[in-house]
Design a binder for this molecule. Structure first.
Ligand code: DOR
Ligand code: ZN
Length: 344
């Protein structure tokens, strides 16, 4: 039985770090679990310009001196993003992607895009500069059931987009459905998908059966068990189109446990252990290293990281809560014992 796993990097290609004291509370977890992370730009006031992203990057690295942690930055795409910003972003060397949030789809998405066609000029510029378009793949049409929003996004928006821009690198973020997996698998080499640790673990029963579980609520919302199984299969398949993107998204206990709880699951502290357990349960532990440390880098055109992380087969308990600035947050699988531990 495997007792020790050595991983290059790893890279987390989808991470929320927030800002201020909330960032200070979670950024070290990121630096411990990953060498590089693509930081999402959905702050309360989103990161829309290269200058803002550079300042945000500075604020992040100042918090984790001596760790070698490298934040890869993304810009928040709005209806107003000028196509000139694409070249400026590319020339900065710090920005690797634009993030598209359909307006109203999730946390801090009120500045998001309302008209995809109106953004085609920006996409052309991104295609030319080799920047990646990261997609929150859910429609916001109130007539579409929340469990169908990813599938409908793929049919209505992503399929025409992929056809119009065969040379634009696109990532369907946090894939949660068989349909999303199938579309990524069937698409060109320009199309990839990230898979979160929590979506490899939970289905919609884990959210709703036996009492509502706010700490299992995220967007896209967890789907039926057959979809979870499709995600595990994709993650462990060795297909380089699928790689690690945690979508670790901290919210305070108060913001989660209330009448209109925020979407987001905090996996940052024990991230690699959650993935290792999911891969092990699928009998595919040997597929973890490429998923976590190679395929994403390849897709983004980055060298494989020269950092390493080691997981050892040793029990570790997940605390019931963690400090989050002046508040607390509840980590994923709080109170449970994990079977893999990240070596210090
Ligand atoms: O669950 C989520 N939380 N999904 C998202 O798309 C955003 C994230 C957040 O920022 O809290
Ligand atoms: Zn996210």
């Amino acid at each position: 039985m495997i007792q020790r796993i050595e991983l290059n990097g790893p890279d987390d290609f989808h991470l929320h770090l927030r800002q201020g004291e909330q960032m200070a509370a979670v950024v070290l977890d990121a630096a411990k679990n990953s060498a590089r992370a693509l930081v999402m730009p959905n702050l309360k006031i989103p990161i829309r310009t290269t200058a803002e992203a550079l300042a945000y990057k500075d604020a992040i690295v100042t918090q984790v001196p001596g760790t070698g942690f490298e934040p890869l930055m993304s810009l928040y795409l709005t209806d107003e993003t000028p196509k000139e910003e694409v070249r400026v972003a590319k020339e900065s060397g710090a920005i690797v992607a634009f993030k598209l949030y359909p307006q109203g789809a999730t946390t801090h998405s009120s500045f998001g895009v309302t008209n995809l066609k109106g953004r085609y000029g920006v996409f052309e510029a991104m295609e030319k500069e080799g920047l990646v378009l990261c997609l929150h793949g859910e429609v916001t049409d109130p007539k579409v059931d929340i469990f169908d929003r990813e599938k409908v996004f793929v049919d209505r928006l992503l399929a025409p987009l992929a056809q119009a821009f065969p040379g634009l690198k696109m990532v369907l973020e946090h894939v949660t459905t068989q349909e999303g997996v199938d579309f990524v698998v069937g698409g060109g080499a320009n199309l990839a998908g990230t898979l979160t640790a929590h979506h490899l673990w939970i289905n919609r029963n884990d959210l709703l059966v036996g009492g509502i579980k706010p700490h299992h609520y995220c967007l896209p919302v967890a789907k039926r068990e057959e979809h979870r199984l499709a995600l595990v299969k994709a993650a462990t398949s060795g297909n380089p189109k699928f790689f690690l993107g945690s979508d670790s998204a901290p919210h305070s206990v108060g913001a989660k446990e209330c009448a209109s709880g925020c979407a987001g699951i905090y996996t940052g502290r024990h991230l690699l252990a959650y993935y290792a357990m999911a891969f092990e349960q699928a009998g595919k532990l040997e597929a973890l290293a490429d998923f976590a440390g190679k395929f994403g880098a390849q897709f983004y055109g980055l060298p494989v990281s020269d950092q390493k992380r080691v997981l050892v087969k040793k029990p570790e308990s997940v605390p019931l809560d963690l400090d989050y600035g002046t508040e607390k947050l509840v980590p994923f699988r709080a109170g449970e014992t994990l079977t893999w531990t990240l070596e210090a």
